[in-house]
Design a protein around this ligand. Structure first.
Ligand SMILES: [Zn+2]
Ligand SMILES: [Zn+2]
Length: 194
């Protein structure tokens, strides 16, 4: 990822000044920063809303090659449960660590860089830490029962919901006690209906 192509409308508060490290290896800065989420900070079903609060705890360490950034970002995720489609809103925190190289230091072409203005851009690192770790199928809760496939009723709210006669025949078979072991019957148990 090439940080020099940063969009000009990106929030400034994800740029962190590093000049207090004075390029002296061994120097360390710790800081807390309240920033704002950039646009498109999520996946289809869940993400961090644009401009919502991103609470950053950062440790910047000066090393020979550049600045090592270690941090935690606390965000509020909003989205939709992939089973019952109810809205989700939850606090979540993400850890990240990245080495930003000083210009002039040998590094791979797509490495992160400390800019000539002695700033580092946290946006791409945050994006990697947060967006790549979001669930593809977010759930409102681990055991979300989802929606009734027949009528769409929310089965979390109506746990006893069923359609009697219209029950899916695959499930009906499981409910018939005589057929209960049919699927798993094997030589060791054998048929026990005499
Ligand atoms: Zn759900
Ligand atoms: Zn139903």
């Amino acid at each position: 990822m090439n940080t020099s192509h940063r969009r000009s409308d990106a929030p400034r508060d994800l740029l962190i000044e590093t000049h207090d490290l004075r390029r002296r290896a061994g120097q360390m800065l710790q800081m807390h920063r309240s920033a704002h989420a950039p646009a498109d900070f999520g996946v289809d079903m869940i993400g961090v809303p644009e401009n919502s609060a991103v609470d950053l705890d950062l440790r910047l360490e000066s090393v020979i090659e550049g600045v090592l950034v270690t941090g935690t970002a606390e965000v509020t995720l909003t989205g939709e449960c992939s089973r019952c489609l109810e809205p989700i809103e939850e606090e979540s925190s993400f850890d990240f660590q990245e080495l930003y190289f000083y210009s002039g230091q040998d590094a791979e072409e797509d490495a992160y860089r400390v800019s000539d203005e002695e700033e580092i851009d946290l946006e791409p690192v945050l994006r990697e830490a947060v967006v790549l770790n979001l669930p593809f199928t977010p759930l409102c809760r681990r055991d979300c029962a989802g929606l009734c496939p027949d009528c769409g009723v929310n089965l979390n709210e109506h746990p006893d919901h069923d359609h009697g006669e219209r029950i899916d025949p695959r499930w009906a078979a499981l409910r018939d006690p005589r057929l209960k072991d049919l699927g798993t019957a094997s030589a060791e148990s054998g048929p026990d209906r005499s």
